[in-house]
Write a protein that binds this ligand. Structure first.
Ligand code: SF4
Ligand code: SF4
Length: 89
C-alpha cells in the first residue's frame, strides 16, 4: 500500500497553524522568511499519511502525494516454499 505524504504550497500558506494543530505526530512547525510565516513539514519519514493536515487547511495549501520510495529499501524475506515440497540443499 502506498503511503501518502503532504506537500505544502508555501506561496498559498497563510500561516494559520491549523495543520500544526491537526497533526497528532506534531510533524509541522512554523518557519519565518522575512515577513511571511509558513508551515513546514519536518521528519517526513514519520508521517502516517492520515491526511488530517490537508483536511484542516481551509485554503487547500496542502496536497497529499505519494511518499518517495527510500533509496535503500529494507531487504525482502524470500518466500517460504510450499508445504510438503522438497528443496535440495
Ligand atoms: S493549514 Fe494551510 S494555510 Fe494554515 S498553516 Fe497549514 S498549510 Fe498554511
Ligand atoms: S498526513 Fe497525518 S501524520 Fe502526516 S503530517 Fe499530515 S496530519 Fe501529520
Amino acid at each position: 500500500m502506498a503511503i501518502r505524504i503532504p506537500t505544502i504550497d508555501a506561496a498559498r500558506c497563510s500561516g494559520c497553524g491549523r495543520c500544526i494543530a491537526a497533526c497528532h505526530l506534531r510533524l509541522f512547525a512554523f518557519e519565518t522568511h522575512e515577513w511571511k510565516k509558513t508551515s513546514v513539514l519536518h521528519d517526513s519519514e514519520r508521517c502516517s499519511g492520515c491526511g488530517k493536515c490537508a483536511a484542516n487547511c481551509a485554503i487547500d495549501a496542502i496536497t497529499m502525494g505519494q511518499k518517495p520510495v527510500s533509496a535503500n529499501p529494507l531487504p525482502v524475506e524470500p518466500a517460504s516454499p510450499p508445504a510438503g515440497r522438497f528443496i535440495p540443499v
